[in-house]
Write a protein that binds this ligand. Sequence first.
Ligand code: SF4
Length: 65
Amino acid sequence: MKINAVNLNVKEYMLPGNRLCPGCGLSLAYRHILKALDGQAIVTVPASCLTVLHGMYPVTSVAVP
Ligand code: SF4
């Protein structure tokens, strides 16, 4: 099935709260990418704002390994 904004998975892989700048488009884009992948992803994170989004171990704002 073709995935689009209307039939995205309802499950959330971005958990409430992260450390990105308020209004940053990265969290919205990342949220939709994880939904489109239905959580079937292992994430490796380069040093960037994505590192900030994931948070400091052992807490995280993302529900994928
Ligand atoms: S990309 Fe990084 S610096 Fe830019 S708005 Fe988002 S969190 Fe802030």
